[in-house]
Design a protein around this ligand. Structure first.
Ligand code: SF4
Length: 258
């Protein structure tokens, strides 16, 4: 399944009639209908029974409250209730992520900022507006065709960098989203997302420009600059666009002539 699956008309068809083999999945802006929650619960219970969840979490640290044995489809509920790190007490709203349950492309950012914290939605501030331009103006997709989430689901105070303990506590949620969605490509926005997804400490510049395999398998990973960095360093937009075009080629999307 490639670019065809990302076209809006295909997405609309799919969301009217969710297939049994793909998750009809979470969005922080729209509550799931009961039938959709039931479908997601069945799918995720199937993953657990088949042992795939154990594979997906094989590289994760010791169990945290984020992995508590609550119903798998209630991910948003578990994130809202999570106090596995101190950010759960300082946030306004958790930001679980949003997008299409059939997305082949999953953007992974760092953590919610101030506007995201106010709205409970990912990438809705100035950096989010630039990401929208990349998705819509650059890639020719609609924002609702992709999935967008962060490695942290709660905002760090004053937008400081995530602490290693916070990343360890929170990333089981992200891994659960990746395992359920099974996208074709993950695009890591910035070094924190890249370091988690690839389990490396290498510099972002050294990770750009190629498609990576994750140590535990699963979707390919493309690394590029975080939109917030691009706002501060507009000269890096050209390199980001080169990365995005590499991802478009991998997904079978037509590359615009510029
Ligand atoms: S940042 Fe993640 S681990 Fe920490 S409280 Fe929020 S949801 Fe839980």
């Amino acid at each position: 399944m490639g670019a065809e699956a990302l076209k809006p008309n295909r997405i609309a068809e799919a969301e009217q009639s969710p297939p049994a083999d793909r998750p009809f999945f979470m969005s922080s802006s729209k509550p799931l209908a009961p039938h959709a929650r039931l479908a997601a619960a069945c799918l995720l219970e199937g993953l657990v029974e088949s042992g795939l969840e154990a594979v997906a979490f094989a590289a994760q640290p010791a169990p945290t409250p984020a992995q508590a044995p609550l119903p798998a489809a209630d991910l948003e509920t578990r994130i809202a209730a999570c106090r596995a790190c101190a950010l759960g007490s300082s946030r306004q709203y958790p930001v679980p992520g949003e997008g299409s349950g059939r997305a082949q492309l999953f953007f992974v950012g760092e953590a919610p900022g101030a506007e995201e914290d106010r709205q409970g939605r990912p990438f809705v501030g100035p950096a989010g507006q630039l990401l929208d331009k990349i998705i819509e103006g650059g890639m020719g997709l609609a924002r609702q065709d992709v999935f967008i989430a962060n490695i942290l689901k709660c905002r760090p105070p004053a937008n400081r960098d995530p602490l290693p303990t916070e990343v360890a506590a929170c990333t089981p949620f992200l891994e659960e989203q990746i395992a359920a969605l099974q996208p074709k490509l993950l695009i890591a926005l910035g070094r924190h997302a890249a370091h988690h997804l690839l389990q490396t400490e290498a510099s972002l510049s050294s990770l750009r420009g190629v498609l990576h395999n994750r140590p535990q398998g699963g979707p390919k990973v493309l690394v590029t600059y975080h939109p917030a960095y691009l706002l501060r360093n507009p000269a890096a937009k050209r390199a980001c666009w080169e990365d995005i075009q590499l991802g478009m080629q991998f997904l079978g999307l037509p590359t615009p002539q510029r």
